[in-house]
Design a protein around this ligand. Sequence first.
Ligand code: ZN
Length: 110
Amino acid sequence: MDDTSARERLETMLADLDRSIGVLQGDPAAVREYSAADAGSDLTDADRAQAMLTVATAQRHAVVAALKRLDEGSYGSCVDCGKPVPEGRLEARPEAARCVQCQGKRERRR
Ligand SMILES: [Zn+2]
């Protein structure tokens, strides 16, 4: 994936996230449209909206950071080990900051 299409995808993601975050903040009940799948759980709309806001906000940070790496010319390199992040991984998750190994290490640490 070249930088131009990466940037386009990241900017689209950012716009979608901003829209979702705006909706979630303004109207917790609107979360039902986004999470019909777990409608059976006993979380309240407000709890669910809060959980989704947390996820959306974290993802927004990742997307903004990826755009910054594009500006700096370091996009596509793992922020931990500096090795190239595999193309397939960037296709699936353009905001990915780490190679699979470093991401795995990071997630195990939590
Ligand atoms: Zn790495």
